[in-house]
Design a protein around this ligand. Structure first.
Ligand SMILES: [Zn+2]
Length: 68
């Protein structure tokens, strides 16, 4: 059986756009935490970039730190 591929690898995404908050929201939980890569099946390389993108989006006020 083939392993589930990382979403970003399958989309051939190299740099995750922090402005794409709609996409980023798909990888954070209801508590505004980044979903464990074991559940989101994002590879370690993209998980790092995803975390950076989310952090940047938060700093710029594009995404909330906690759910209001
Ligand atoms: Zn990946």
């Amino acid at each position: 059986m083939k392993e589930i591929q990382c979403f970003f690898c399958s989309q051939d995404v190299h740099d995750i756009d922090y402005k794409d908050t709609e996409l980023l929201r798909g990888f954070i939980s209801g508590q505004m935490k980044i979903i464990d890569p074991r559940y989101s099946s994002v590879c370690a390389r993209h998980q790092r970039r995803l975390a950076q993108a989310i952090k940047r989006a938060r700093v710029l006020g594009l995404m909330p730190f906690v759910r209001a």
